[in-house]
Each structure stands twice: as structure tokens, then as C-alpha cells.
Design a protein around this ligand. Sequence first.
Ligand code: SAM
Length: 184
Amino acid sequence: MGNNRVCPVERSGSLDTGFRKWLQDSQKILHPYVKEGMTVLDFGCGSGFFTVDMAHMVGESGRIIAVDLQEGMLEKLREKIQGTEYEERIILHKCEKDTIGIAQQVDFILAFYVVHEVPHQDMFFKEIQSTLKKNGLMLVVEPPFHVSAKAFRQEVEKAQEAGLTACEGPKVLFGKTVILKKGK
Ligand SMILES: C[S@@+](CC[C@H](N)C(=O)[O-])C[C@H]1O[C@@H](n2cnc3c(N)ncnc32)[C@H](O)[C@@H]1O
């Protein structure tokens, strides 16, 4: 089980700062994985700290499916992209606690600071496995103090039990990372 304390909407401002952009540069972290024309799932997108930059990276022919449990988070993202070129590229989807609920398969999934909030991680990773295209990748980043080494290892084990292959993740300041791959 994750520790299941969902980040409140009132905290979204602290996730979306210039200082964080400097600490966790989306281009540096994501450019090896996010390419033009891809369909990307931003799971637990919050107010969209990474969503908009990824929409830029996938270009006009790509799509971002921005998924969150809380309508309030999606509303913040909606306000951010309203009237911009990204409005058509970003599909907002409110999920349920235990299911993502999208029919489409995707090339890449980002789950930044969210897996520990998911209640049933075994079910979650099974759904991830069926949501990824063959050879698709997922980047999981967890907060290093909040999620212990043991809890992180357990998350990775659940992903492996669901059939995903774990590989070394990129270096992220204030992040424990892993890349999960569908296929060997
Ligand atoms: C700490 S915030 C991180 C937001 C964003 N990924 C970022 O790095 O700025 C965690 C987000 O995950 C969402 N969340 C928590 N549990 C979830 C679940 N079971 N399914 C989908 N989203 C969830 C929360 O609503 C919140 O917006």
C-alpha cells in the first residue's frame, strides 16, 4: 500500500515555482524520453508543472493525457493552458483512486511525486503495464525523504511483479528515480 495521503490542491502553488524549475529542469530530466509525436501520460499531473513543458516537447502532432484524482488540480492546469497553443494538445482526465481509466496506449508515462499516494500499487502497476505500448517507458520519481529506500524498493518490486523491467533512472535533485520498461 502507498501511504495514501493525497497532496492537497492548496499546496499546488509550492509545486509550481521558479525555484523548482531551476532544481528540476524538465528539459534536462525528460529530453531522453519525450520525443516529437509521442502520446504521453502525465499521471498525477497536479497543476501541471511538467505537463506544459512535455506538451511543448511532443510538438503539434503529439498529445499529453494529464490525469489527476482531484478536479481542483485539473482546474489549475486548465486555467494555465486556456487560450494557449497547448490547449488542444493536452487532454485532461479525472481518474478514480484505484483506476486510471483510459483506453488508449501511450509511449511514455511520467509519475512524479505520486506513486506513494496511490493506495493499491500492485493494481496500479498492472494497469500501467496494459496502458504502455510495447517498449514504452515510465519514469517514476519519488520524494527522497518522504519515501524511504525500503518503500521505494517495494514500489519497484510491485512494478516488476506486474511484468515491467526496472532500469536505472536519471539523476534528479530531490528525487529517487527508476525507469520502468514494458518488455525486456
Ligand atoms: C505531490 S503532487 C505532484 C504533482 C506533479 N506530478 C508534480 O510533480 O508537480 C501529487 C499529485 O498526484 C495526485 N494523485 C494522488 N493520488 C492519485 C491517484 N490515485 N491517482 C491519480 N492522481 C493522484 C494528487 O491529486 C496530486 O495532484
